[in-house]
Write a new protein. Structure first.
Length: 407
């Protein structure tokens, strides 16, 4: 209110001062409201975080209570217990490659490396078991076996694949032939997922190894061998696998993976879990002629390399994957028919060389036809590996959408 006793200038100054005071009061009030909201947000966030923390603690505690562990958890506990047992008894570890030893479940319990099974799972009231330790190329692999009768039983991958319900005598599927179990046909449920990669089961061999081939191509296309061939007076290469560039290349893939070489190790092809399951096998690299019709790998196995970890597919194995009755030798174009291995976008190398000369190697064309050409040609490679018989089945049905998975 304007005081008539004051002059106009004083009145104006006083009015402006009152207005500033009001603005400061409004600002202070808004600032207090803002700070209050910030404190409330922090308080709510703290409450949420504390609640989540409590829930996590409750969940972790629930896992330790009797009856809440899965059979897979029990198997992991058995493996850890066995590792501790052998750490205290190193003299019992197998010394030779592929050598094994085992410790019973009851012994691990009696020696207090683990508790009674009932402490982990209420379902494991009448179970027996053991842990097998294997020396796999100087890496010790601990494989638990748990048998709880009808409730649960540890299953190896090879047993899952070769169960009687999977064996067929006609149409596409798994056939018993040449002392092995071989997938044949163009639509078969033989997918296995290792890490991020899909593989196909070629067969289960006589040693119960599961033989896999990469579903797609690995890395870039490459030559089988590119050395100067003195007979041909050109760099056509030599088709002797033992001295080939391909042998060196495949070996380097495994060596890099084993040594975890950061420069050349490819974790996408071989995870650490995959590495421990790789089995050293007798790689058959013998040559065969274009009209040879013996498809039991007898010709290919006339020359072998022991303890191979990575190879390529033999000509016999490609031919056997076809259900076409007229597919018997390398020159039979019909081998592309009813053959799941024939479906590939580009040409890819086989392991088998052509015995007609010292330069040619067999490969599979993008249309699935078997051909041979100079070893110096560039084609895709599809690595072949063996999973050992102690590789355990985890889940899956072998389909592309639900591939087999391993523990």
């Amino acid at each position: 209110m304007i005081d008539p006793k004051k002059n106009n200038n004083d009145q104006i100054v006083e009015a402006l001062k009152d207005e500033d005071d009001m603005k400061e009061e409004i600002y202070a009030k808004k600032n207090d409201e803002f700070l209050l909201k910030q404190r409330m947000k922090k308080l709510i966030l703290i409450i949420i975080m504390f609640t989540v923390f409590i829930l996590v603690i409750i969940w972790l505690l629930s896992l330790t209570k009797s009856g809440n562990r899965s059979f897979a958890d029990v198997e992991n506990i058995m493996s850890k217990a066995a590792e501790s047992y052998y750490a205290d008894n190193k003299s019992l570890l197998p010394k030779a490659d592929k050598g094994t030893n085992e410790v019973s479940l009851q012994k691990l319990i009696n020696l207090e490396y683990m508790k009674e099974l009932e402490k982990y799972s209420s379902k494991a009231t009448s179970c027996s078991g053991k842990v097998v330790v294997e020396n796999n190329d100087d890496q010790y692999v601990y494989v638990p076996y748990l048998d709880c009768g009808s409730s649960y039983k540890t299953t190896e991958l090879f047993r899952k694949v070769t169960s009687s319900s999977n064996i067929v005598t006609s149409d596409a599927g798994l056939y018993s032939m040449n002392g092995e179990y071989v997938f044949r046909g163009d639509n078969v449920n033989n997918y296995v997922k290792l890490g991020d990669n899909l593989w196909r089961i070629v067969k289960v061999d006589s040693n119960d190894d599961v033989v896999l081939i990469l579903d797609g191509a690995y890395d870039m296309s490459t030559y089988w061998d590119d050395r100067y061939n003195t007979a041909e007076e050109f760099n056509y290469g030599y088709n002797s696998f033992k001295i080939s560039r391909m042998n060196t290349y495949l070996t380097s893939i495994y060596t890099a993976a084993k040594e975890q070489d950061t420069k050349s190790f490819d974790p996408l092809l071989f995870s650490k879990n995959t590495m421990k399951h790789l089995s050293g096998y007798k790689l058959c690299h013998g040559m065969r002629g274009e009209n040879d019709a013996f498809n039991n790998n007898s010709l290919e196995c006339s020359q072998t390399m022991d303890n191979a970890k990575i190879g390529l597919l033999t000509l016999s194995d490609y031919i056997n994957a076809s259900l076409d009755q007229s597919c018997a030798k390398a020159t039979d174009v019909s081998c592309q028919n009813y053959n799941y291995l024939a479906t590939h976008d580009s040409d890819w190398w086989l392991l088998t060389a052509n015995s007609k000369n010292n330069t040619d190697v067999y490969y599979v064309s993008s249309s699935g036809i078997i051909k041979s050409t100079y070893a110096s040609s560039y084609f895709d490679i599809r690595p072949v590996i063996h999973l050992n018989s102690k590789t355990m089945y985890k889940s899956g049905k072998g389909t592309k959408n639900k591939p087999y998975k391993i523990k």
